[in-house]
Design a protein around this ligand. Structure first.
Ligand code: NAP
Length: 142
């Protein structure tokens, strides 16, 4: 396995993902930070269009070099592969009660930090109950 990216933003084609993309770009390119990042999703054409739009908006030509990782929630292997490629996954694919757990699980198994923006109480409680001890032992934030 090659060196991990610092951050992968998963679900960049959605409403939340598009918003998060601007913040990830700004955060990683702020002075003094040398963070590597990539984007993930299931539709490469859509992802490329979104990156091109961000490049036009910001004038940052390095955006065309941002790695794209193809990952589909109906293909567990692709989720595991994505999780192994970063130190942190930011997951913007929801609704989380249907789509969130496999990403958390893959991250815990891969030793990868995980963040999502869920406001779904039953999902949050389930994940807190089922994925508490193992990440703590490995010093992971989930
Ligand atoms: N806590 C809060 O305040 C807050 C605020 C906003 C949103 N949210 C939550 O954020 C989540 C996302 O909301 P949204 O409005 O951004 O949804 P959305 O616009 O429908 O975006 C959903 C994303 O999930 C991706 N996706 C769907 N099925 C997939 C699959 N099988 N494999 C890979 N990717 C898949 C979509 O990719 P495609 O483009 O390829 O379909 C898209 O990128 C929701 O759970 C929502 O509740 C929370």
């Amino acid at each position: 396995m090659g060196e991990r990216l610092d951050i992968i933003l998963f679900g960049v084609t959605g409403f939340t993902g598009k918003h998060a993309l601007g913040y990830v770009h700004k955060f990683t390119s702020d002075k003094g930070r040398h963070l590597t990042w990539g984007v993930a999703g299931r539709n490469e054409v859509k992802i490329r269009t979104i990156l091109t739009n961000l490049e036009k908006e910001t004038g940052d030509t390095s955006i065309s070099q941002v790695p794209i990782i193809l990952a589909d929630l109906s293909d567990l292997q692709s989720i595991q592969n994505m999780s192994q490629k970063a130190r942190l996954i930011i997951n913007c694919c929801g609704p989380y009660r249907f789509m969130g757990e496999s990403v958390v699980k893959a991250c815990v198994e891969a030793g990868t930090h995980h963040v999502d923006v869920s406001g779904e109480p039953s999902y949050m409680e389930k994940i807190q109950l089922d994925y508490n001890e193992k990440p703590k032992k490995r010093n992971l934030h989930c």
